[in-house]
Design a protein around this ligand. Structure first.
Ligand code: FMN
Length: 170
């Protein structure tokens, strides 16, 4: 039995921090997931758990923390949008990663076909219908079926080891 590495079964604060850092070594894009509350208010959060899942049928997935303020909205809404951020949208990534009731103030957006906010100047967006939700420990995994999508000619924002960055070349 190897004694190298860290045990994922130990749940001390130090081990959890090391596990978080290990997860964070995997670079991703950055998206703002949006929907609206039952009152019709826009709501959204920054997420790097977004990933493509299936081309046929067209499916994507992401996961939301059970502690997120927007958790209830995403659990009750059957529609949401994925706004894939461009590299000059770090301010949006930070704004939507904070708990706040006025995240959309001053943010240019329009309502998509299903009513979910589509942020201006993203590198891509996808409007989705909730296809399935699965238990994911302290998160819930949300699978969406892509209804409409578009992509724009802007470099994407990337995230790795807790830092925002951009691709070395286009
Ligand atoms: C780069 C980055 C990626 C994140 N990815 C996720 C994610 O995939 N799922 C999630 O639930 N929270 C994620 N978060 C944290 C949420 O954005 C943060 O907890 C936010 O405050 C949640 O908003 P809410 O509480 O208003 O819903 C991420 C934060 C950052 C900065």
């Amino acid at each position: 039995v190897s004694t190298e590495g860290n045990s994922a079964t130990e749940s001390s604060t130090v081990e959890l921090q090391r596990l978080r850092e290990c997860f964070g070594a995997y670079g991703t894009g950055v998206a703002v997931l949006t929907t609206h509350t039952s009152d019709g208010e826009p709501c959204g959060l920054t997420a790097n758990s977004f990933t493509s899942l299936s081309l046929d049928p067209p499916l994507i997935l992401w996961s939301i923390s059970r502690k997120a303020q927007s958790y209830a909205a995403f659990m009750s809404s059957e529609r949401f949008a994925v706004n894939v951020l461009a590299c000059d949208q770090i301010d949006f990534a930070q704004r939507f990663a904070r708990k706040s009731s006025d995240k959309f103030t001053g943010v240019p957006y329009r309502r998509g076909r299903h009513g979910a906010p589509l942020l201006e100047n993203c590198t891509a967006w996808l409007e989705c219908s909730t296809f399935a939700r699965h238990d994911g420990g302290d998160h819930t995994i949300i699978i969406g079926r892509v209804d409409t999508f578009d992509r724009f000619d802007r470099p994407g924002l990337l995230f790795v080891r807790g830092r925002f960055c951009q691709a070395l070349s286009d």
